[in-house]
Design a protein around this ligand. Structure first.
Ligand SMILES: [Fe+2]
Length: 394
């Protein structure tokens, strides 16, 4: 009777277990301090065509496993020095996939159960009978083969899940990138439409995210604020040129139409799921904390934090940009104006954050935008040319 080794070709990554001989037969290591038992097993297994090695103690057994891999171990329970149980523990630690049969002279089921609890695949009671030894050996090797199959399958599954997750993440990144490119084009279109305020959307986006970061706003909220600031005037695309670009003062009727851009922008964007939160900022970007804004005359607590932040960023940009009727004012003057409006026109939490940032930082952001092909600060503090929606790698 031949015992087939499990169908593997190599050592299993550190377990030390070999999984076939050139003849495809399992190799067995016999560890027993009794010479007579070693000889008996060698003879019996040899006649069954199973190649064997022998060791007279656990130490010898461990050395044998180091030098030449085997598929199964037959080990005596009672040995001087390292006991069979201690040897089993050592083998299990180093060679997980090795079949291990414990031999005992005591026909006590509790000893056998104890050995199997500690990792033995079976136990044999002396005196040994070749049929029982071979049957037990075959079962143990088959069990190990199945264990390896399950483990290989699990590893394969993990690799497959990892690969699929990577593919999904890449696909999502591409979709998100596509959204951002679309938004960038939209924001640029808004700025182009109203040439008096060229670059305004880009600047208020960077100013808003800078203040939001100073306030410790959550990452996902930063993205919403960036998108809301970037698209805040999208409703102006629906305002007639005669009003939007009118060189003189607007009439009251024209102001009503002009002010409708907040609602128009909201209506345009609210149906886009990933812009739903940003739409709220678009709707409320002209509200004032003292209730003097439009379209609904909301007060502080009812105005989204993104819109309260935007209000400060918007004033700063309006003051520090050239207008047909005046040159740009300084950031120092903008600072003073924001300080004066704190707690009335503007949310004091937002103004505190704004005033806590060095004036030089605002000038630096402004310069980075005014220089062609220069970069923009992203939410994570790095620079790139995108309008800073804060999603990529943040
Ligand atoms: Fe506006």
């Amino acid at each position: 009777m031949k015992i087939e080794a499990p169908g593997e070709t190599k050592k299993d990554g550190g377990t030390g277990a070999a999984h076939w001989t050139p003849s495809g037969v399992a190799r067995v290591l016999i560890v027993d301090d009794e010479l007579s038992t070693r000889k008996l097993l060698m003879t019996m297994l040899g006649e069954a065509g199973v190649p064997c090695k022998v060791a007279a103690c656990a130490e010898e057994g461990l050395m044998a496993l180091e030098t030449e891999p085997v598929d199964a171990v037959l080990c005596d329970l009672q040995m001087p020095g390292i006991s069979g149980m201690a040897f089993l523990a050592e083998v299990r630690q180093r060679y997980r996939h090795l079949a291990f049969l414990m031999m005992t002279g005591v026909d006590d089921i509790r000893v056998g159960i104890e050995a199997m609890k500690k990792g033995a695949d079976d136990y044999l009671v002396k005196p040994l009978q070749i049929e029982i030894v071979l049957a037990s050996l075959e079962r143990a090797l088959e069990k190990k083969r199945l264990e390896r199959e399950v483990e290989n399958y699990r590893q394969h599954l993990e690799e497959m899940v990892k690969e699929r997750t990577g593919q999904l993440e890449t696909a999502l990144w591409k979709v998100e990138r596509g959204y951002e490119d679309t938004l960038e084009a939209l924001g640029a279109a808004i700025d182009l439409r109203d040439s008096k305020t060229s670059g305004h959307s880009r600047r208020v986006t960077l100013y808003s995210t800078r203040i939001a970061k100073e306030m410790g706003v959550a990452e996902h909220e930063l993205k919403t604020i960036a998108m809301g600031a970037w698209l805040h005037d999208i409703g102006k695309l629906a305002i007639p040129d005669a009003i939007l670009l009118k060189p003189g003062a607007l009439t009251e009727e024209e102001w009503i139409i002009m002010r409708s851009h907040a609602q128009l922008g909201f209506d345009l964007v609210k149906r886009i799921a990933f812009l739903a939160d940003a739409a709220e900022i678009i709707l409320t970007h002209h509200e004032r904390c003292d209730g003097g804004g439009y379209p609904r005359g909301l007060r502080t607590a009812d105005i989204p934090i993104g819109a309260r932040i935007f209000a400060v960023a918007d004033t700063v940009d309006a003051m520090t940009s050239d207008r047909p009727y005046r040159s740009a004012l300084s950031f120092e003057e903008a600072h003073d104006e924001i300080r004066r409006g704190s707690g009335s026109h503007y949310d004091s939490r937002v103004t505190d954050a704004f005033l806590g940032i060095a004036i030089e930082s605002w000038k630096e952001i402004r310069r980075s935008i005014d220089i062609p092909w220069s970069g923009f600060e992203r939410v994570d503090g790095s620079y790139e040319r995108s309008p800073n929606f804060g999603s990529r790698g943040n």
